[in-house]
Design a protein around this ligand. Structure first.
Ligand code: C2E
Ligand code: MG
Ligand code: MG
Length: 746
């Protein structure tokens, strides 16, 4: 029998009602912790109904099991928790929980809803009757308030069933409240713990914010709440009105429920501006749509980005500009040309590419030093800019003393010539460097788009060909034509034929003697190649060697010359004549590391002592890969072969190379020798070259001596030897032998 069974029906009803009211007002339940609240409820229920056990269980949301949150046992006056019931073991009971507000089982051990656990639970604990009230919210069962009567059967009254249903509702409210509290605690923690400023906006004004927000804007809560965001934006955004409409659009989109993320310029309460990243999200607070804004100061990030951009720009600038003159460089020219060519192709207009090479810059550099050379280049670069910029053209420095210009052409190629003439004049104008007045001048090659090519590489190559033409023909300025080009179809056919020429002995060597200026004796000769072409007749070397030098055919060609020259030396040796023969080698031969070995083998095969072979190399042969060329030259010299620098004065070599090279002879180019009697400047060059060569312990040979007067002057200048039409032309072997015999008789 229940302990309060002595009470009258009315008294029992009142007790239940009072208990319910007390529970609903109990501060300790609603203001305290959940576990404590639940304990007070089960304890009050056990007392009010006079049962021995009262418990509250929570159902998993998938109804798979329930766990005991608290169980009050009257026998021990203690609380227990943690027990679990699996739904699959007690399907009927779980189904009953889902479908009933109250399960009142007087004979629980036999009641269909509860007898499932009679053996394992009810009987062992001697539980006879059960009264369960289901804890529900949003139409679903979330748990159960369970009262168990041990020892006696109990018929649950309607008041008792209503009581348990009402208290179950209280439990439901308490659990809901707890969930809200938990989420609010979590939300608060997020809100307050955020390092970003978090703001809540309703109807366009701030209604809530966290501590970080106050720090971010440098103000108090009172200064912030109630204000519109505009109060914390500087009046003028960097891009003005467009910007404020942008912000408005973002806010509107966020209100429509589309989260927004953007950068914005904010300002602190005192007006200090800062860059911010803003996130806007729509949230419902107390049923009202509000915007939650997260604002982060990104000044540091912006600074870092700016610094990165700056350094990238600097790197880009450095990659695209020449450090000495500040002019854009070759890479940049190709980049710009690619755009210009696309544009010109689309607009059907023309482009001109000018390539220029300063005359005699290397000599200035060598004689006056690099710092003056550098200074000169800077001055010339500035001059080029000053002349070209008003014409809408841009100069580029390609390296060394090589510059290029790219310009649009409106009407005719004459415009390109006009630009080239302006450039040429500005470069020819004397320059005063450290008190020395220098006149340099330049050779300029011109190529035109689209006539001469379709990309910047082809354009520059053609301009380069034209530039060499201008240089070698002394025209100053030359427009590209395919006849200048060693890769022209005619040249290519010729190259194919040259292979046959080597195999079929169409090549022939002519020999030009060299005499000692003091004794007049023949000191040797130079082997000069000719091509006895079956169709075109005798072709001079200048017409096929430059082209051969651009392909690998130069190797068998030089082999052929060496072998034939050596065979001739051997022939003379056999006749008792010991006459040195000079052979010309090309730049490409000097780039061939096997070249010295090949020469050594030939010397051996032909049984010729090395001192009877002389090798002539030009200064320009040393430019492209000086280190490699010098190694090859060294090894040739080590074989005991004397070396001569050919065409001295026309090329690019610097004196530092001359000092490092194991040369024996310097051959002054005929362009200086030819006019030296009339032209004082040429005479100065010849005189100083002889002095220079002697100071290095070198012999000097003057080339291109066409008359005896020149021979006399050279003799006076202490030149050692001479070669030229004035002595003898290059002669076929038979004619040369005749000349030798006649000459030795004099
Ligand atoms: P180079 O080595 O400077 O040869 C001298 C050139 O000057 C020869 O022209 C010769 O005929 C010419 N010459 C000599 N004396 C005078 C003169 O008094 N007046 C004038 N106007 N010219 C004179 P060539 O034979 O036409 O050879 C031209 C160039 O072709 C040579 O210049 C040399 O660089 C190259 N060459 C000739 N044979 C060979 C060869 O077997 N191999 C290589 N790699 N180059 C060669
Ligand atoms: Mg020569
Ligand atoms: Mg020469």
């Amino acid at each position: 029998m229940p302990r309060n069974s002595s009470l009258s029906f009315g008294e029992r009803s009142r007790l239940l009602a009072d208990t319910y009211v007390a529970l609903s007002k109990d501060e300790q339940i609603w203001g305290g912790k959940l576990t404590n609240g639940l304990r007070r409820i089960v304890h009050a229920c056990a007392n009010a109904l006079g049962v021995h056990r009262a418990s509250i269980w929570q159902l998993e949301s998938d109804y798979s099991r329930m766990a005991c949150l608290t169980l009050y046992r009257e026998d021990t006056d203690q609380y227990e928790q943690g027990m679990e019931l699996e739904a699959r073991s007690f399907p009927r009971y779980f189904a009953a929980l889902a479908n009933n507000r109250v399960i009142a089982a007087a004979d629980a051990q036999n009641d269909p809803r509860t007898r499932e656990f009679a053996d394992i639970y009810l009987k062992p604990l001697n539980i006879i009757s059960l009264l369960d009230g289901t804890v529900r919210s949003e139409g679903k069962t979330r748990g159960v308030l369970c009262l168990e009567e041990t020892g006696n059967a109990r018929l649950w009254t309607r008041e008792e069933q209503e009581f348990i249903a009402s208290v179950s509702d209280l439990v439901s409210q308490l659990m809901l409240l707890n969930t809200l509290r938990e989420s609010e605690t979590r939300y608060r923690a997020l809100f307050d713990g955020s390092v970003d400023g978090v703001f809540v906006l309703r109807n366009g004004i701030f209604i809530e914010c966290n501590q970080a927000a106050l720090k971010l804007f440098g103000c108090t809560r009172d200064q912030l709440l109630g204000q519109p965001p505009a109060r914390f934006s500087p009046p003028a955004q960097p891009d003005g009105a467009a910007s404020s409409t942008k912000a408005q659009r973002k806010i509107e989109a966020a209100i429509q429920g589309v989260p927004q993320n953007f950068e914005w310029r904010h300002c602190c309460f005192d007006g200090t501006p800062f860059e911010a990243e803003v996130n806007l999200n729509l949230v419902m607070l107390e049923g009202n749509p509000c915007l939650m804004a997260t604002v982060r100061n990104i000044d540091d990030r912006k600074l870092a980005e700016d610094a990165l951009l700056q350094s990238r720009l600097q790197l880009e600038y450095r990659a695209n500009h020449d450090s000495l003159t500040g002019l854009p460089n070759r890479d940049y020219l190709h980049e710009q040309a690619a755009h210009a060519i696309l544009n010109a192709a689309a607009q059907k207009h023309h482009l001109a590419f000018l390539l220029m090479d300063l005359n005699r810059f290397k000599e200035v550099n060598d004689t006056l030093g690099h710092s003056i050379g550098d200074h000169l280049l800077k001055l010339l670069a500035a001059r080029l800019l000053a002349v070209l910029q008003p014409l809408g053209a841009m100069p580029y420095r390609l390296g060394g003393d090589e510059f290029a210009v790219m310009t649009n052409l409106l009407n005719s190629e004459q415009e390109a010539f006009d630009v080239a003439t302006r450039v040429s004049e500005c470069l020819r104008h004397p320059i005063s460097v450290e008190g020395i007045s220098l006149e340099l001048g330049a050779s300029i090659g011109i190529s035109l788009f689209p006539q001469h090519g379709s990309d910047s590489h082809q354009m520059l190559r053609c301009a380069d060909v034209a530039m060499y033409y201008a240089k070698t023909h002394g025209t100053g300025i030359a427009l590209y034509t395919s006849t200048q080009d060693s890769n022209s179809p005619r040249r290519l056919t010729m190259m194919a034929e040259l292979g046959t020429a080597i195999r079929e002995n169409q090549l022939v060597l002519h020999y030009q003697p060299r005499i000692d200026l003091h004794t007049g004796a023949c000191t040797g000769c130079e082997a000069l190649l000719r091509w006895q072409h079956p169709k075109h007749g005798m072709i001079p070397p200048g017409d096929f060697i430059p082209a051969a030098e651009m392909s690998d055919i130069i190797h068998p060609l030089s082999q052929w010359v060496l072998r034939n020259a050596l065979e001739q030396i051997k022939c003379w040796l056999d006749e008792g004549l010991s006459l040195p023969v000079a052979v010309n080698l090309s730049a490409r031969n000097l780039a061939d590391c096997e070249c010295p070995d090949k020469i050594a083998r030939l010397l051996e095969t032909c049984a010729v002592p090395p001192h009877l072979l002389e090798i002539e190399i030009t200064e320009s042969a040393l430019i492209s890969d000086p280190e490699r060329a010098m190694q090859v030259v060294d090894r040739i010299h080590q074989l005991g072969i004397p070396l001569a620098i050919d065409d001295f004065g026309t090329g690019y070599s610097s004196l530092s190379y001359l000092k490092r090279l194991p040369i024996d002879t310097l051959k002054i180019d005929r362009t200086f020798v030819k006019d030296m009697r009339e032209n004082e400047a040429d005479a100065v060059i010849v005189r100083s070259t002889i002095a220079l060569a002697h100071s290095f312990g070198l012999k000097v040979v003057a080339e291109g001596v066409e008359d005896s007067a020149t021979l006399d002057v050279l003799r006076q200048l202490s030149c050692d030897q001479a070669q030229g039409f004035g002595i003898a032309r290059p002669l076929p072997i038979a004619a040369f032998t005749d000349w030798l015999q006649q000459h030795s008789r004099h």
